[in-house]
Design a protein around this ligand. Sequence first.
Ligand code: FAD
Length: 456
Amino acid sequence: NVSVVLFTSDLRLHDHPPLRAALDSAREIVPLFVCDDGIIDIGFAVPNRRAFLADCLADLDAGLRRRGGRLVVRHGDVVAQVCDVVTQADADEVHMAAGVTRYAQRREERLREALESRGRHLYSHDSVVTAVAPGAVTPQSSDHFAVFTPYHRHWARQPLRDVLGAPRVVRVPDHVGSDEMPSRDDVPGVAERLPSGGETEARKRLTAWLRGELAQYARNQDDLAGDATSRLSAHLHFGTVSAVELVHRTRRVRGPGADAFERQLAWRDFHYQVLAARPQAATVDYRPRNDRWRSQDEAAQEITAWKEGRTGYPVIDAAMRQLRHEGWMHNRVRLLTASFLTKTLYVDWRVGARHFLRFLVDGDIANNQLNWQWVAGTGTDTRPNRIFNPLAQAKRYDPDGTYVRRWLPELAGLPGPSVHEPWRLPAHERAAYDYPEPVVDLSEGLARFKHFRGLG
Ligand code: FAD
């Protein structure tokens, strides 16, 4: 008998419950990935994530080949392709990760119906994409946690399944046809410093992280120039690292660094459980505060300056340029740039969320949209009217300006923290720097925010 394993956001061989279940029940399996037209149609398959995905698929195929198998890749409608593979392979069952977004849940429902009408069975497995499955812990009075701290308390007490090893041998029937494998080289418009994808790369980074900088994470996590976070987000997004394995291995390290890092992993699951319960929060305010964002026509020039890294606030501009060059940004500057757009410029969070999703290699509906809502004050933040002051934050998290100078070469001549306030230079010195005036005065931004939010 034959089983199909449909890979989605879980492009790995280690700790993969659907793969293990399929290998336990069948002599041969078909490891399948479908380049899904649905995801391409909604515009989610942007160059940075397509390139990273191509790396992941190439590495998954190589790992399967080392074990005697191969990856079958198809292009098209996911349900039609899975059914075609099931027929070609004469498979009895399909195994996959349980969907944690509305798109993935609908895909699973459509697939289940189509397979059952053909007398085949779909098994979906929890805790493949997240450590704790959405809905596994709930408060007494609701279907999800709306506040992080109590969620984290419950999350930390939740038993985790054991970590599974990678299979030794995989047998794939010869006659199942595969389309051409996507290649990074065929994707135009990729960020010049985009990292490489794939499980091999992910495991190297994971091991180095656990043995190295994790211990100092609590102290260094917000040091912008030190760049001392794990950079595992894209690997978690594509599932080349398992969240369950990451939590288990982090717990073994122990200490303040491990505790702080584990807490960040809980944030990831937190947002997934909010989105699973309230799928509309991907586009609609989770907690409506107002519907009076500034008109995008009126704010057009400021929005463009923000996107292009020309706001005149060096830490904001450095971050927005890093996004374009690397397809990634540090969490602290994601907070600052999002606060700047939604609170200082008072522009709708959806404008910023869309721009981030166009470039972020870890761009993820749950974590991007809900973090944007958190910052905009329409989400789960219990202090929705806080505003990050970009200047105070820059001086605190980039005290000698190293991060800013790295991304704004035009300001490289400004020493130490003076790089954060080029507007303080005397006019004749300023003229030497090809750098814009601030697009907005911070106190004017604050007054506008208070006005729109109806705060005295
Ligand atoms: P580390 O500091 O090493 O953290 C480890 C892991 O914990 C991360 O890889 C991530 O999976 C998780 N994590 C950390 N912080 C958060 C958080 N605030 N929310 C949820 N999970 C978290 N993260 C994404 O994965 N995809 C996104 O699209 C995304 N968009 C964001 C948009 C905004 C406006 C903000 C403020 C944050 C966003 N984040 C997003 C969360 C966070 O910024 C990134 O996960 C983090 O910067 C990735 O770098 P890292 O892997 O080095 O993180």
